[in-house]
Each structure stands twice: as C-alpha cells, then as structure tokens.
Design a binder for this molecule. Structure first.
Ligand SMILES: Cc1ncc(C[n+]2csc(CCOP(=O)(O)OP(=O)(O)O)c2C)c(N)n1
Ligand SMILES: [Mg+2]
Length: 443
C-alpha cells in the first residue's frame, strides 16, 4: 500500500475534525450528540451515500527504474449491483433519460469516427462511462434553471435542447456551428434560450461564475438552481474553494457535481486528495454533501432533484459526488495505457447504459425487448442524420474570422432576464436612485 492509502482507509477522522464553526443551519447532517468518547463536545458528521456498493480497491504507483506504472489491488470481482429505484422518476421520464444517454454515447462514437476521418479540427473529448451523470443531472433542472457543463458533459447539452449536430459541427469548426467555426470544442453557451454558461477550461472557474448567475437571478427576485461540474482533479483548485464558499455564505442555489472518475489525466485519485470521499469536503463548506453511484442514472437524478429543490427554496448549495470511471483517456490522443486493465474491466461491467437497459427491459419491464430495439434504431438514425447535416455544413469563410469575437457596438442588448433588479438604496429623498433609475444600469 502506498502512503496515501493509509489516509484514505482510515475512519472519517477528517470529517470529524472539520468545520468546527460551520453553521449548523446549512448542514442537515450535523449532529451535536456526544459519543462515549472521553473528549468533550466531539462532533460527528455524516454524508448520505446512495450507492449500493462501495468499491474497495486501490491504485498504487510502482517505479521500475525510469519507468512508472500503476497497479490496482482489491476486490475487482464484486457482483454488479442493481439500479436503485428512483423516488421521483416515472416510467416516461426514466425512458427519456435512457434515450438521452444512448444519444450521448452514439454521438461520441460518431465524433470518434469523424476524427479518424480527419474531419475534426483539434481533439475530441469523451464522457464514456459518465453518460448517466451528465444526462440524469441535467434532466433534474427546471426550465428557468442554469447549467455550465464541462467537456465530459456533452450529454447535458442534449438534455437541455442542443442538437447532436451542434457539438459535431463545433468539433469540425463548421460555419453553422454555435461559434461559427471559431472554436474546435465546446466553448459556447446560450444565455437566451437554454440558460447555458459556456464551459471554462480553467478548472474550477465555472463555479463562481455559476454562483454569480444565481446571485444575479436572486437580485431579480428569483431563486434558480445553477448546476455545474468539476472533476476529482479539478476540485483541488483554489477557485473551487472560493466559488463554493461564496455560494454557501450567500445561500446561492449551486448544484455542484464532483465527477469522481478516478483519474485526472494520468494521475489517479489516490494522488489527488487525502479525504476518503470528496463529498466530505462539503462539511468544510458547511453545506450538504451526498455520494451517488455515477453509473446509476436513478441515483444521480434523485440527488440532483433534491439539490435543485433546495436551490428553488433558497436554501443554498449542494455538493454531489458522483463516483464512476473515465472509460477513455483524457482526450482522443490519450490511449490511457497507464490505467490498469483490470480497472477498465471492473467498470465495463458497470456500464451505465447496459445497467439502465437491463433495469428497463428486465427489472421494471417498462420496455419490451422490441421497444428497446426500436428506440436504439431511432437514436442511431437520428445521429446519422445529424452527422450528415453537420458534415455538409460549409467551412467558415476567411472574412468571417474578422467578426463576432469582441462585442461590437450595439451588437446585443444586456437586459435583466427575470425582472428589474431591486436595489436597497437609502430612503427616498436622500439622493439614492429609485428602483427604476437603478435599473437603467442594467439596460
Ligand atoms: C486550472 C487548470 N489547471 C490545469 C488544467 C489542465 N487540465 C485540463 S483537464 C485536466 C485534468 C482534469 O482532471 P479531472 O478534473 O479529474 O477531470 P476529468 O478529466 O477526469 O474529467 C488538467 C490538469 C486546466 N485546464 N486548468
Ligand atoms: Mg477525473
């Protein structure tokens, strides 16, 4: 065992020590009961864990001369647990999420082929193995809620109304892509229709930006949920702390998915953090934290739904740790040779789509095998049609590169989305702006 493993396997001592001054109103899991321990006023904390299994294996770095490799040890033969029945989803919604997950996967398979055909400008990123996390999380958002996806959340975009062709054209830098060919991956948003903040490549930076969106909405009289994602590697950044803490003290409706996919580039999670589970970080922020199996769409949805409801009630942020595995390399250039093969085999058995299909066809019988086949065929046809449209889109003209990067005078109007912001000014007659005057600043 590497030295890191000791900390990861020890009892939740980190949790017990954390946040001695956190506001108990913000953390439903706080208990002030004293235990049999001789230490006075020892606090205990708990993190709800929806999972039906807790993988028990560890990754260890082995150095052989100049060569570095990783080894995995532990129980890699555990049986695959069944999907946990959702407390909230009905049959129609469950099938809809499954369809989005299929779309997500097929779209990425097409992207891989387009890359191999030399049609993609730059690289391609995949969310293979993470489709349940992307799709079921975004599915929990209401029409007025906001989201800020990261590169592995191409499924979230589909759920929020983008077409597969948008992502395909974006990778091929086509004229009809959302950025008109100015970006080769996913740096685009939609603040008008789909309430999407563009992904930000600097890891963690989306968190304060989304918190700011929630603050802006609150100033306009609305409590919205703002969902974003951060990896197990990216969560180590300072701005992650700042963003969550700001959302926590302001009770902003941040729903943060920590995508615990065991790798950050080629660094295993054992070398990224010392807490046992990243959800424990929530204790330090004084907000609720919860663990879900990121390959179980029902668990992801239920946790997301409860967090979104909290946001709508103005009760503040929630941190959801989704445990799963990045089933490809960082991007298409990365063959992930550093990942022990047994890890891929273990998680392949936990494929989110295969598990969900089994749940729908064999457990709930909400889909007959025939209906399932028809659904898969419909998704495949749609993706092929989308691919043909995307491929047929022209490349941008050289002249078009001159525009659309900086805001040109009058090119768009900035106005309040929900209502005129309310300002707490001095009493009238003291020279403070009236509400209508203050609102002018937002026009
Ligand atoms: C602040 C910052 N540091 C470094 C990088 C370079 N970088 C991009 S992705 C990545 C690894 C991310 O790993 P993780 O957060 O676990 O996400 P995953 O790729 O596993 O989904 C790194 C280091 C970056 N984009 N931003
Ligand atoms: Mg990761």
């Amino acid at each position: 065992m590497g030295k890191n493993n000791h900390a990861k396997n020890s009892p939740k001592k980190t949790a017990a020590k954390a946040a001695p001054h956190a506001n108990s109103n913000h953390n439903g899991s706080r208990s002030s009961k004293t235990s049999a321990s001789p230490l006075p006023q020892q606090r205990t904390y708990s993190i709800p864990d929806y999972r039906r299994e807790k993988p028990t294996f560890e990754v260890r770095q082995v150095r052989e001369g100049d060569h570095l490799r990783y080894e995995v040890s532990g129980n890699l033969n555990a049986p695959v647990p069944p999907i946990r029945e959702s407390k909230y989803l009905d049959k129609k919604q469950t099938i809809e999420i499954y369809r989005y997950m299929l779309l997500n996967r097929r779209m990425e398979q097409v992207l891989e082929n387009l890359y191999k055909q030399g049609k993609v400008v730059g690289g391609v990123y995949f969310g293979l193995g993470q489709e349940a996390c992307s799709c079921a999380s975004a599915y929990a958002l209401g029409p007025d809620d906001w989201f800020g996806p990261m590169i592995r959340n191409q499924g979230s975009l589909l759920v929020r109304g983008f077409a597969p062709r948008d992502t395909m054209m974006q990778y091929m830098a086509k004229a009809d892509s959302p950025t008109g060919g100015r970006d080769g991956t996913s740096h685009f948003g939609d603040i008008y229709k789909r309430n999407m903040v563009s992904p930000i490549s600097m890891l963690g930076d989306l968190i304060p930006v989304l918190a700011g969106v929630a603050l802006g909405a609150r100033l306009q009289g609305r409590n919205v949920a703002v969902m974003t994602y951060i990896g197990d590697g990216g969560q180590s950044t300072g701005v992650t702390y700042e963003g969550i803490n700001f959302a926590a003290v302001q009770d902003l409706g941040l729903v943060l998915f920590v995508e615990s996919n065991l790798w950050a580039y080629s660094t295993p999670s054992e070398m990224q953090y010392r807490v046992k589970d990243l959800a424990e970080r929530a204790i330090g922020y004084g907000i609720p934290g919860v663990i879900v199996d990121g390959t179980d769409a029902c668990q992801v949805y239920d946790a997301a739904h409860e967090a979104v409801e909290r946001s709508h009630r103005g009760e503040g942020p929630t941190l959801i740790e989704a445990k799963m595995m990045r089933m490809k390399g960082h991007a298409i250039h990365d063959g992930a040779d550093y990942v022990p093969k047994e890890m891929f085999e273990y998680w392949k058995k936990r494929d989110p789509i295969a598990r969900f299909e089994n749940y729908l066809v064999n457990t709930t019988k909400w889909l007959t095998p025939k209906e399932n086949e028809r659904l898969i065929a419909e998704v495949e046809q749609l993706i092929e049609k989308e691919r043909d449209i995307a491929v047929a889109s022209p490349m941008p003209t050289p002249e078009s590169a001159m525009g659309g990067v900086y805001c040109e005078d009058g090119c768009h109007e900035i106005k309040p989305k929900y209502a005129m912001p309310k300002v707490r000014g001095k009493k009238s007659g003291t020279g403070a702006p009236k509400e209508s005057e203050a609102a002018l600043h937002f026009k």
